[in-house]
Write a protein that binds this ligand. Structure first.
Ligand SMILES: [Zn+2]
Length: 58
């Protein structure tokens, strides 16, 4: 197995770009609050950005 077929790499990238978990990151929800998936900080439902670490949904 000296070299992997190029096609596999391209297919992996295709899957990542369309992936459910890797493409879009949203707030976690916890008791009607938004929870930062990065640092776990809790924020009100109107929060658009984590005030703890600066994370925001992509
Ligand atoms: Zn955070």
């Amino acid at each position: 197995m000296a070299s992997a077929p190029l096609g596999d790499d391209m297919f992996d990238e295709f899957l990542e770009q369309r992936g459910h978990d890797t493409g879009t990151v949203e707030w976690d929800e916890n008791y009607n609050k938004k929870q930062c998936p990065d640092c776990g900080g809790l924020h009100g439902s109107r929060a658009t950005q984590c005030s703890v670490c600066g994370w925001r949904p992509v």
